[in-house]
Design a protein around this ligand. Structure first.
Ligand code: FES
Ligand SMILES: [Fe+2]
Length: 448
């Protein structure tokens, strides 16, 4: 049993919290949590004795858990996506974002190196870069005009010597001690990751060979950003991440996939889960569908009823990669998604907003080498995804439909037994192994 309590949280360092997670002990009963108000710092949190095949509702609603995630997860031993390197091609180009709830800025230095800083002035904490992106020769704070160079060193302080001997900083003020907080940075493909952790292994090693394989597959050629958007969803961030890892739903919830045969559970495919559990791949091959003998052939599923398209150009596609995989969804623990749906390619980053809201950022991408016709197809297929996408709109709302039922009854839990109880990779996608994998690593990192 691990309690989340005010006292426990105070023992966690403000940043780069070392993991002092005790091993998870089996709980004495099936109940998840003690009665008590949400966030009650004295209420212990118990994971159900069934293990990863039960997801306690408390994880979506407890402010103490959300706070622990900020400290132990987002500032813990993981890599956080900040931007794509093609967004900041020139020296001085920057892109702001957040890691958990900490504002950060990625900037390319005059030496071409990408650095990531906490987007915060060392004086009184004002944010330095207020825009989403731009170009800077230095970081000049709007509040009192302190200036930092692109490597984060404090260069000048307005009125450092005061005026006519009055005021100013004391003689022992050392600018070298008041630079910006710099994070570790690593890249793979076009993805720029940053970490508060000094101990996490390089990104490629952290991903593992199989997960890095798909990142290399997607970013084998220079990419071009076609556009992007953000959407706010009214559910805990983990409900969306579960949805992305839930290969079981894709051929059921999404009318478009099943109706037009883009992605059915009866296709050749697999769910692959990383060793620690948190990363996953779910893929299928459209031209391998044999739906005979399945619920699809019976025509009984909601998703198979009478829907059609008058203009079917969106369904035209070409085989994007030599492996013949037409649908590949990858998650990188804890909150990054890489998507190949036909020829619609995208990177998504999910940002938690408290317990009951989250923001999904999308980068729609193509390749520099794309022909005009290929680009046009990507743009057309982009209508499948995003906040109003013919497929993704359902994912954007299903989390809030779940969230509302979990607010009370914290001693209840969701059932996740498709494909068994474990997290090993599986042929076929009638499986929730990816969901269990997420919770395996989440529990390890959070110590819960
Ligand atoms: S807060 Fe930045 S200069 Fe004062
Ligand atoms: Fe979905």
């Amino acid at each position: 049993m691990t309690a989340i309590s005010t006292a426990a949280d105070q023992s966690v360092a403000q940043s780069a919290a070392p993991l002092s997670a005790p091993p998870v002990a089996p709980s004495a009963g099936a109940s998840v949590a003690r009665a008590g108000p949400s966030g009650d710092s004295t209420a212990p949190f118990l994971w159900p004795e069934e293990g990863l095949s039960r997801i306690p509702f408390q994880v979506y609603n407890d402010p103490a858990i959300a706070d622990a995630e900020q400290k132990r997860l987002f500032r813990g031993p993981i890599w956080n996506l900040v931007c794509l390197d093609v967004e900041i091609p020139q020296p001085g180009d920057y892109r702001t974002n957040v890691i958990g709830d900490t504002p950060v800025v990625a900037i390319r230095g005059t030496d071409g190196t990408i650095r990531v800083f906490v987007n915060r002035c060392a004086h009184r904490g004002s944010m330095l870069c207020l825009d989403k992106s731009g170009n800077r020769k230095d970081f000049t704070c709007i509040y009192h005009n302190w200036v930092y160079d692109l490597e984060g060193a404090l260069q000048s302080v307005a009125f450092r010597r005061g005026i006519r001997g009055q005021g100013g900083l004391p003689d022992d003020f050392d600018p070298a001690k008041h630079g910006l907080t710099r994070l570790r940075v690593d890249t793979i493909g076009a993805l720029v990751f940053a970490s508060f952790s000094e101990s996490v292994v390089p990104v490629r090693e952290w991903l593992g060979e199989r997960m890095a394989w798909n990142v290399d597959r997607i970013f084998a050629k220079p990419v071009r950003i076609l556009g992007g958007y953000t959407q706010v969803m009214h559910n805990n961030w983990k409900l969306y991440i579960e949805n992305v890892k839930d290969a079981y739903h894709a051929g059921l919830l999404h009318l478009f996939f099943t109706r037009f045969g883009l992605n059915r559970l009866s296709m050749d495919g697999a769910v692959e889960v990383s060793e620690r559990g948190g990363h996953h791949l779910s893929w299928s091959k459209m031209h391998s569908d044999d739906a005979s003998g399945t619920e699809y052939a019976d025509g009984k599923l909601r998703s198979m009823k009478d829907f059609d398209l008058e203009d079917k150009r969106m369904l035209r596609s070409w085989v994007e990669y030599p492996d013949g995989i037409t649908h590949m969804i990858q998650t990188i623990f804890p909150n990054v998604i890489i998507q190949q749906i036909q020829n619609s390619l995208a990177v998504r980053l999910l940002v938690p907003h408290g317990t009951d809201q989250c923001e999904l950022q999308w980068w729609l991408i193509g390749y520099e080498s794309d022909t005009e016709a290929q680009m046009a197809t990507r743009l057309l297929q982009g209508n499948l995804v995003g906040p109003a996408g013919l497929v993704s709109l359902e994912d954007g709302v299903i989390g809030s439909i779940v969230q509302r039922t979990t607010l009370q009854d914290k001693d209840r839990a969701g059932v996740v037994e498709m494909g068994g109880h474990g997290t090993e990779s599986q042929k076929g996608r009638v499986s929730e192994a990816g969901v269990r994998g997420f919770w395996k690593e989440w529990r390890q990192v959070l110590g819960l």
